[in-house]
Ligand binder design. Structure first.
Ligand code: FAD
Length: 436
């Protein structure tokens, strides 16, 4: 009978295995724990939350809250576990860590169609369809195997990225569009600073609180990309000779050359997201918000992604995957979870869901099930498979990734709640049609 291999019993792997097994296809689920642990995993149970016990917002006006509701509508195992083990956390969905993993482990172990195979899997099996869901800390042997399969330029083990803000939240009364020396017309958004503003920003930056560096990350090379706060600590003017250099830029409102300029570069095709050039950073997330909002024009910036510098295995999905998380070059290999460049517990779950049901559909010779980019689950699969994305960076789901947002509605809560309502209708329609 038909079988699908799932490698890795994390959040993505468990969701995928559950979705496949409940549709009558057999699953071989490979998990290296408890024989071998990544540097961040410690529990014998599946779907271990390696850090926070919060799965973030549970509000529909937030893209990850909406994603949760979409997954609930479609009988997600991870969401069932989360709802059954939730602990009070205001507008967020937080869970009892042990109870959550136990719930999922028991559910998986009790499913007739799932066979669990313990031990490190060093390569993708040759038989059956396989979903690779080995996570941000994929074991070394599997890492090397994937590298051989897709080429070393397409597999990353370190994530060093600058924060991304929404275009909507940038104050264009202060910032202006231009490229240095007028080259490429208006490619960048520029935030000009005078001497005083620069000094306030500089002082806040060099005294800001840094995130903790994990033991296994201490010896990581930074591949020639220095955190902005390290650059600042070299001297007061170092940034002004680096990414904040004001040369070739005039403030069109004053016709004065600024003392320093922070540049933002368009990050997606729609132009809804911008990254802050050269701002990869180790700063704690609340500190990033506090310090980077001192930049003129970014007073109210909405951060859809904070800067990070950490170990993270991920593939260049836009070059490699289609919107069902299948490898374009192979008909029997899917990827799911953080390794695809989605970021976070729920995003990993969502990708496991989509990869799972589509691998299952392929196995049963049924049609793909694809969600459009005006749903949260679809926006995410669209982002990882959008071949026009050049500098691919792992990302949490956010409304900036959605298509068809009505920006004429200025009240953001209202706008988001309208997106959410529409999205849930679409997901319900597609899912019910598919299940028929
Ligand atoms: P995982 O949940 O990591 O699952 C992968 C599974 O595959 C593991 O069980 C592993 O043992 C197994 N495996 C690996 N290699 C093999 C192999 N060769 N053979 C067999 N099994 C294998 N996200 C958040 O949303 N909030 C956070 O607070 C957060 N903190 C994080 C902290 C750290 C240190 C790291 C590394 C990541 C953090 N993340 C956080 C991201 C988080 O890892 C993902 O959101 C989520 O766990 C990814 O799910 P996954 O299923 O892709 O991988």
């Amino acid at each position: 009978s038909k079988t699908i291999n799932v490698i890795g019993a994390g959040l993505a792997g468990c969701e995928a295995a559950y979705q496949i097994a409940k549709r009558g296809v057999k699953v071989k689920l490979f998990e290296m724990k408890p024989h071998k642990y990544s540097p961040a995993h410690h529990s014998e149970n599946f779907a271990e939350l390696v850090c926070s016990n919060s799965l973030r917002s549970d509000q529909l006006e937030n893209a990850v809250g909406l994603l949760k509701e979409e997954l609930r509508l479609m009988d997600s195992l991870i969401l069932k576990a989360a709802d059954a083990t939730r602990v009070p956390a205001g507008g967020a969905l937080a869970v009892d860590r042990e109870g959550f993993s136990e719930y999922i482990t028991n559910a998986i172990k009790n499913m007739e169609n799932i066979e669990i195979i313990y031990g490190e899997q060093e390569r993708i099996p040759d038989d059956n369809i396989t979903i690779v869901a080995t996570g941000p800390l994929t074991s070394e042997a599997m890492f090397n195997h994937i590298r051989e399969l897709i080429g070393e330029d397409y597999l990353h083990f370190f994530d060093a990225a600058a924060p991304i803000v929404t275009f909507d939240s940038i104050n264009m009364d202060k910032a202006f569009k231009a490229a240095r020396y007028g080259k490429g017309s208006e490619d960048y958004i520029n935030c000009p600073m005078n001497k005083e503003e620069y000094e306030i920003f500089y002082n806040a930056l060099i005294s800001a609180e840094l995130a903790e560096v994990k033991e296994f990350e201490k010896n990581m090379v930074f591949e020639g990309c220095m955190p902005i706060e390290s650059m600042a600590s070299r001297g007061k003017d170092t940034m002004r000779y680096g990414p904040l250099k004001p040369v070739g830029l005039m403030d069109p409102r004053t016709d004065v050359k600024p003392y320093a300029v922070v540049q933002l570069r368009q990050d997606n095709k729609n132009g809804t997201l911008y990254n802050i050039v050269g701002f990869q950073t180790h700063l704690k997330w609340p500190e990033q918000k506090r310090v980077f909002r001192l930049i003129p024009g970014l007073e109210n910036a909405e951060f859809v992604r904070y800067g990070v510098m950490h170990r993270n295995t991920y593939i260049n999905s836009p070059k490699l995957l289609d919107n069902t998380y299948k490898l374009k070059s192979r008909d029997n290999i899917y990827f799911a979870g953080q390794i695809t460049g989605v970021e976070g517990y729920i995003e990993s779950t969502a990708s496991g869901f989509v990869a799972g049901i589509n691998a299952c559909a392929k196995c049963l010779n049924k049609e793909n099930i694809v969600f459009p980019a005006n749903t949260s689950i679809g926006a995410l699969s669209h982002y990882i498979s959008d071949s026009s994305v050049k500098n691919f960076q792992p990302m949490n789901v956010n409304f900036g990734l959605f298509n068809g947002v009505d920006t004429s509605i200025r009240d953001k809560r209202k706008r988001n709640s309208q997106i959410a309502q529409k999205s849930l209708e679409i997901v319900e329609y597609i899912y019910n049609n598919y299940e028929k």
